[in-house]
Design a protein around this ligand. Sequence first.
Ligand code: URA
Length: 223
Amino acid sequence: MTKQERLIDYKRRVLTCKDCSLWETRTNVVTGEGNIDSKLVLVGEGPGENEDLQGRPFVGRAGKLLEEILLENGLRREDVWITNIIRCRATLKEGGSVRNRPPRPQEVQMCKKWLEEELSIIKPKVIVCLGGPSAEVVIHKGFRMTEERGIWFKSQYAPFAIATYHPAYVLRQPGRAFDELRWMLSEDIAEARRKAESQDEEVAPEKTISLPPQEGGEQLNLF
Ligand code: URA
């Protein structure tokens, strides 16, 4: 199956997922989107209200800030793959209103197979974790943003992974703190872009040809 076919098959299955109770309150399942050949993948936490309504990741206020920062670094959102650790909005009812809440460990656990399937199709070289919960899944449990932000790790999902502040967290900062964290988020995206660009192009299988056996009969890569 091609990448496209695998993604279509994945989407067909994930859109009817009822593995945790979040399906009861969701409007849409929010899968990743973007460039399926991107070496760079961004992993957020989970859909908010706008994402739930539109069925697309990072389309609310945090998404606008993220798009702005990507553009500053020469990237459009459609150049990269953008996804989340969970695919359905997690909410809390408070009085008459509904608000977002962080995903529960069991929800993250149940959704992990979908994240893993997406990542196994895209096969990124570099993952940027947006926020601590994403870093706990992609990098390691107990990740501490204040100490480990901006450091390169090897992940089971990509040779390079880095974590930075979630744009929604940056938006909540007052005054100078907002400017500082926004700057750090942008620096980390810049660093991730450089790392992705420095990864050697993989040789496409159709460009690998076999020569008739000679001295040991090894396969040569001619292009
Ligand atoms: N925050 C996230 O973590 N993901 C989204 O898709 C939107 C906001």
